[in-house]
Ligand binder design. Sequence first.
Ligand code: PEP
Ligand code: MG
Length: 325
Amino acid sequence: RQEQYRSLRDLPAATLDGESISLNLNAGLLVDLPHVAETNADGVGLFRTELQFMIAERMPSTSEQETLYRQVLDQLSGAPVTFRTLDIGGDKVLPYMQVVDEENPALGWRAIRIGLDRPGLLRAQIRALLRACGGRAFKIMFPMVATVEEFVRARAIVTRELVYLRKLGHVEPSSISVGVMVEVPSLVFQIDELVRVADFLSVGSNDLMQFLFAADRDNRQVADRFDPLSAPMLRALKTIHDSASAAGKPVTLCGEIGGRPLEAMALIGLGYRSFSMSPASVGPVKAMLLSLDSAAIAAEIDRLLTMAGDRGTLRQQLAGFAAAR
Ligand code: PEP
Ligand code: MG
């Protein structure tokens, strides 16, 4: 199998009917980066910056953060990378940060919520990212945004830091792209407003699933009852994709489902053309898309969603479609 995937490495990632699919990797540490060349991925679609914070014994300084980001960019030698600002809190506790006692940490003080309440932390991180990206593309996204207003406030910090950077005479990034992770269901219902102010969207389907079905993503007892290949999730994903593309904004998906062939097939049917996944998923997803007719799966998913009725999951029908090709 691994041999078979290796033989696909140099083939362009395109469907039978010629739709190019961008395959990127999720990463969080320098050791993850060699996989980009190994798998021939297009770049890093999600760099989880909290990893550096989680393995450190104390809060990494702004210059330590800048050093890491610079190393990431250097090692990728021009391949695009999307940095996600700190996604801490919830299950990701920093040993040196004061623990907040919360009944529901996943629904609590985490990610961008901490970033906006403790702007010093977010500002320092954005400063480090802007500096590291001097002369290169700056592409970041914010996690766990629940309202358009939160995104606008977070984005304003970037603008402010950019002014500061100029004032100090640092080299500016060659381009600025500020996006948002769509992983809280409330965003689905303000998606048209969101796509107006964000440069791109990245669907965090792990959390989106968890919150859409109110089922802890790490608790098998409940998580396995719900299927991403069911009408509610697929319709949410379709709404997100369609709004982004109507507004001409890029949309990608960086949750685990993008790395599973059957799920990725359905996502291509919904119009998704860009994914970010773990290195081991690139081969299987590529093998799937090389033999996929994107127009045929688009028609099939449309048909299945129209007649979904009270059926829980469309997995069997989609597997049937995949097998019949
Ligand atoms: C997600 O929620 O789908 C995601 C990609 O982010 P994380 O898994 O880090 O929460
Ligand atoms: Mg998430």
